[in-house]
Design a protein around this ligand. Structure first.
Ligand code: NAP
Length: 248
């Protein structure tokens, strides 16, 4: 069983939890939601997490981020039992990932690796460039690619001459959260491209960080948005939940 903790009225968070719940239901994983008001106190949340940690019926605990600004996310994430941390956000699990040990890997990077492996993309000795260094995407995917013997370059907002860094990519992961930072003409021919970004345009259309049509002309392989890393993230979260249940 998995417990979702959602604090406040963030619409995007509600949508994400709803997706995850539906996916759990589809594969027969029991879920219970804790929808708490925006003004929930730290102590209330801490007590709930402690209670779920002790409950042997609970396999996974998901604290939906971002939390309202008065709550200390880092402290609360650290309170979750690392064996129930199916999001892979606990510092112990992040540390294990860096050390190359068996652990819960956060769902988006795990989903990217699952997808690339399913398509028989080879990593050994390849030049991989990751644009974005967030704790939930950029850093963990860089660690996973390194563990799979790729030579990894991590780029971010202070990177000088991003185009030059991208020019060497055989595998390119883009997780910037802004459209148009990576230009289609920069994509090396034959590159494997993963677009993690998700944006809803005013028209309602959902798109990625990249111009899919333009990049498709140069890339050997590219993930679409929607229908690429989003569903892989959900599937990988389910994978982590099943793993937690089997470990119990
Ligand atoms: P984030 O925490 O905002 O991180 C964005 C990263 O991009 C940062 O490292 C930032 O650099 C870098 N960046 C910003 N502007 C840049 C520029 N001009 N040049 C180079 N790097 C730049 O975002 P995130 O949480 O990783 O998410 C990224 C995107 O993926 C978002 O669109 C998000 O919605 C999407 N996402 C999708 C899924 C899914 O399931 N499909 C899951 C997670 C995220 P600094 O570190 O220097 O600020």
């Amino acid at each position: 069983m998995v417990r979702y903790i959602l604090v406040g009225d963030n619409q995007a968070s509600k949508i994400y939890v709803n997706y995850k719940e539906k996916a759990c239901k589809k594969v027969g994983i029991k879920t219970i939601n804790h929808n708490l008001p925006e003004n929930t106190e730290f102590s209330t949340l801490a007590e709930l997490i402690e209670k779920l940690n002790r409950d042997s019926q609970v396999d996974g605990i998901l604290l939906q981020l971002p939390l309202p600004s008065h709550l200390d996310e880092d402290k609360l994430l650290e309170m979750i039992d690392p064996d129930k941390d199916v999001d892979g956000f606990h510092p112990l699990n992040v540390g294990k990932l860096i050390l190359g040990k068996e652990t819960f890997v956060s769902a988006t990077p795990l989903g990217i690796m699952n997808l690339l492996k399913a398509h028989d993309i080879k990593f050994k000795g390849k030049e991989a460039v990751v644009v974005g260094r967030s704790n939930i995407v950029g850093k963990p995917i860089a660690a996973l690619l390194t563990a799979h013997d790729a030579t990894v370059t991590i780029c971010h907002s202070k990177t000088i001459e991003l185009e030059k860094q991208i020019a060497r990519a055989q595998i390119l992961i883009v997780a910037v959260g802004k459209r148009g930072v990576v230009k289609p003409q920069w994509i090396p021919s034959g590159c494997v491209v993963v677009d993690v970004g998700t944006h809803r345009l005013d028209s309602g259309k959902v798109v990625g960080d990249l111009d899919f049509e333009e990049v498709s002309r140069k890339a050997a392989w590219i993930t679409p948005v929607p229908g690429g890393i989003g569903p892989m993230t959900i599937a990988s979260l389910l994978q982590n939940t099943v793993k937690a249940a089997l470990n119990h």
